[in-house]
Design a protein around this ligand. Structure first.
Ligand code: GDP
Length: 296
């Protein structure tokens, strides 16, 4: 996902590695390279600015300049700030669970972002971690989406909710009742998406939220759409107080601008990353590991 950034940043860092001492001029030059790398990777301008400011403040600190290996210390500062801006240390558990089951996880996002696929990926992940998830198709506008979710559920080896109702709130509530009855401890709601943000969609999602009291509302963001994904993540967060982001299609995104900017711009953390069409192409997002990978 971060190939562009990684390539450019490690080159900028390499030129520092030969230095036995870092001057303010060295640092300024390195920061210029880092800035270029960030912008080429489609990182939000505001995020690049905040990041550089923090690195500069830390790097210019006396303890860095007087250190035994100043270049390595500068790289450490960049590593720490890369980690921080992407959300810091990931919590032990990616999702909060309700005190009284079932925990409701509501998936929201634009059409085509990978929502339905991600429902299956998350269900499989949860099942592997000892949970019993139920998948719920609440996208009543696209019959194909409902069928797709049933297929995905079968693939993941988890049940999906079947009903004749075409009313999203009623479907979700009935599914929660069934979960209580059958002992499913996590209910994953696959909500409708549209090609563009609109009030009708948002109102429907708000109604489902009010009726079901989800513990987690995850925004599914297509990494390949770069800054558009960041903007949509912000808009959904504003309306629904989303609790996290799942970044999809990381396998098709070489720049990583969205991954880098989402936390800083929207205040919500990326919890998982999807990197392929298969249900196993799914993992937790760890900012520190990602920072390490970026610096190579
Ligand atoms: P929805 O409309 O948001 O429910 O999106 P879908 O789950 O139907 O996904 C749209 C398309 O993106 C499908 O062709 C998926 O196979 C594909 N897709 C979903 N996640 C990923 C991913 O992480 N990587 C890749 N390469 N494709 C994905």
């Amino acid at each position: 996902m971060f190939e562009t950034l990684s390539d450019k940043l490690s080159r900028a860092m390499k030129s520092l590695r030969g230095q036995s001492r870092l001057s303010e001029k060295n640092i300024e030059e390195a920061l210029r390279d880092v800035r270029m790398a960030l912008l080429e990777a489609d990182v939000h301008v505001q995020v690049a600015k905040a990041f550089l400011q923090r690195v500069k403040e830390k790097a210019l600190g006396v303890e860095v300049l007087n250190g035994l290996n100043p270049a390595q210390q500068f790289i450490d500062v960049v590593y720490q700030e890369l980690t921080a801006i992407m959300g810091g240390q990931a919590p032990e558990r990616p999702l909060d669970m309700a005190a009284k089951p079932p925990t409701v996880v509501m998936m929201v996002g634009l059409q085509g972002s990978g929502k339905t696929t991600t429902c299956g990926k998350l269900a499989k992940y949860l099942k592997k971690n000892g949970h019993s998830p139920l998948l719920v198709p609440a996208d009543v506008y696209r019959p194909a989406a409902i069928e797709q979710l049933h297929v995905v559920a079968k693939d993941a080896g988890v049940p999906s909710f079947r009903t004749d109702s075409m009313e999203p709130v009623a479907i979700c509530k009935a599914a929660m009742q069934e979960a209580v009855l059958k002992g499913w401890d996590v209910v994953i709601l696959d909500t409708a998406g549209r090609l563009h943000l609109d009030d009708v969609l948002m109102n429907e999602l708000a109604a489902i939220k009010d009726a079901c009291g989800p513990t987690e509302i995850l925004f599914v963001a297509d990494a390949m759409t770069g800054q558009d994904a960041v903007r949509s993540a912000g808009a959904f967060h504003e309306k629904l107080a989303t609790t996290g982001v799942v970044l999809t299609k990381a396998d098709g995104d070489t720049r990583g601008g969205a991954a880098f900017s989402i936390r800083h711009i929207t205040g919500t953390a990326i919890k998982f990353v999807g990197s392929g069409e298969r249900l196993d192409d799914f993992e937790r997002f760890h900012p520190d590991r990602m920072a390490q990978r970026i610096l190579g």
